[in-house]
Ligand binder design. Structure first.
Ligand SMILES: [Zn+2]
Length: 132
């Protein structure tokens, strides 16, 4: 069996498979309709375990952010300055992510963003966001 992602577990396997295909998906509760992230075994709203998946538009806006100017780890030295942002995705969930792209440092609260998929040095495909 091919390993999908070192981050994947039984609850998040579908999420990581979709990311490899360039799709952003969220769990949707069949009982109450809540859409949630990150993937869990139960609905965080009503505690039922009847969860399916729904495709995200990949659109959202910046709720908050910080610009990291001093690398917290040696392997991040060539990445600074970079942006870590809390994104409110159109479907409701909040994602903590890197904001990537040439103009990422122009970030502002409320800025419109869209998902992009980047493959890191360990060959992991990660959903990230960039200014729309
Ligand atoms: Zn629910």
């Amino acid at each position: 069996m091919t390993e999908i992602s070192r981050y994947a577990n039984g609850d998040s396997m579908e999420y990581w498979k979709a990311a490899q295909e360039g799709r952003l998906i969220f769990q949707k509760c069949a009982s109450c309709g809540e859409i949630q992230f990150p993937p869990r075994h139960h609905c965080a709203s009503c505690w039922e375990a009847d969860l399916g998946w729904t495709e995200s538009s990949g659109l959202g806006e910046v709720e908050s952010y910080t610009i990291v100017r001093r690398a917290p780890l040696p392997q991040l030295r060539d990445k600074v300055p970079y942006v870590v942002a809390a994104i409110l995705v159109e479907e409701g969930p909040r994602m903590l992510t890197n904001l990537v792209g040439e103009d990422a440092l122009n970030v502002a609260i409320g800025a419109k963003v869209k998902v992009v998929f980047q493959t890191d040095a360990d060959d992991e495909t990660l959903p990230q966001f960039q200014l729309a």
